[in-house]
Design a protein around this ligand. Structure first.
Ligand SMILES: C[C@](O)(CO)[C@H](O)COP(=O)(O)OP(=O)(O)OC[C@H]1O[C@@H](n2ccc(N)nc2=O)[C@H](O)[C@@H]1O
Ligand SMILES: Nc1ncnc2c1ncn2[C@@H]1O[C@H](COP(=O)(O)OP(=O)(O)OP(=O)(O)O)[C@@H](O)[C@H]1O
Length: 272
């Protein structure tokens, strides 16, 4: 079974509170790209993981890999699975690569073996796993597990830019100076870009303080005539939105030419 573990983009991410256990309460609009990691899953008598692809070197195939942690949630309901992960998304980059991989494996083993998806929808593996299991535009609240589907978000031509710098999600949350920001408010998508401009990524300022190169990514997207730019998740990946696929592709070529060491990916967000 072959599955695409699609990149997640937080169009906005408001930090609206903090629980006693330290986890933050979020209010986020999440969409998915048509690009991601590739995963193949076949039945086996034990759980095995092989990794290849451009970002394979940053990961071990040991028991800490989210793919194996997801697979082992089926230890009592499935004999095993041989899994291949082709890692094309940068690691610790704010586009949920690890969570998308985990969600894809939860789905694949459930389909393959008939075992039900775990009751917490993978939340114990990572706050982004439930939204990645949903795999379509959602408003995400709570610590990540409260999901409401969104039907009025348009299909978006985008460019994702990562400066090849890993960002630690806990470090960014810890360094926030305000953890009680306002919620998103009403968002029905009828005047999408205008409504989006009234939202925020409350992690962006802190992420730029820790990794100033994120500001360069945002600036390069602005200079290539994006209609809107912002950082996704805890960074460092930034996205720009464009009028057309050809404008996005043109912008991606220019940014890559100026910054050959960056990961630059034109894509479609919230496509069919
Ligand atoms: C920033 C987001 O990507 C937004 O979509 C997610 O909230 C993070 O999702 P994730 O990487 O799957 O996060 P996890 O692996 O569950 O958490 C990593 C760390 O981020 C912090 N964390 C995460 C989610 C959350 N709601 N509050 C937090 O404070 C915690 O310190 C946690 O130990
Ligand atoms: N299969 C995997 N793919 C990516 N990262 C993994 C995987 N398994 C474990 N990890 C670990 O999980 C951590 C975060 O990975 P991930 O790439 O999902 O971060 P992220 O893109 O910042 O996600 P988010 O947007 O959810 O914060 C890293 O420390 C990484 O080493």
């Amino acid at each position: 079974m072959e599955i695409k573990a699609r990149a997640k983009v937080n169009l906005c991410l408001h930090v609206v509170g903090q629980r006693e256990d330290g986890y933050h309460l979020l209010d986020s609009l999440v969409v998915f790209a048509d690009i991601g990691d590739d995963i193949s899953v076949e039945p086996d008598n034990k759980f095995l993981l092989e990794i290849d692809g451009p970002f394979a070197a940053g990961l071990s195939n040991g028991s800490d890999n989210l793919v194996l942690r997801a697979a082992k949630m089926y230890e009592n309901t499935c004999n095993g699975a041989a899994i291949r992960l082709t890692k094309t998304l940068p690691i610790s980059s704010g586009i949920g690569g690890g969570s998308a991989d985990a969600a894809a494996v939860l789905r694949a083993i459930s389909d393959m073996s008939g075992a039900p998806i775990p009751a917490d929808n993978g939340l114990s593996l990572g706050a982004d796993v439930p939204v990645c299991l949903m795999g379509s535009a959602c408003r995400m609240r709570g610590i990540g597990g409260e999901l409401t589907p969104l039907h009025n978000i348009p299909t978006l031509n985008a460019v994702l830019v990562n400066p090849n710098v890993s960002v630690s999600t806990p470090e960014i949350f810890r360094a926030l100076d305000c953890k009680t920001n306002p919620n998103i408010g009403d968002f029905d998508g009828t005047n999408f870009l205008e409504e989006l401009k009234n939202t925020r990524n409350d992690l962006q300022k802190t992420a730029i303080q820790i990794e100033p190169i994120i500001a360069d990514c945002l600036a390069s997207l602005m200079q290539s005539d994006a209609n809107f730019v912002r950082m996704s998740g805890s960074g460092a990946t930034c996205f720009g939105l464009f009028d057309s696929a050809s404008n996005a592709s043109h912008a991606a070529k220019i940014i890559k030419k100026d910054h050959p060491e960056w990961w630059v990916a034109p894509c479609v967000l919230n496509g069919a």
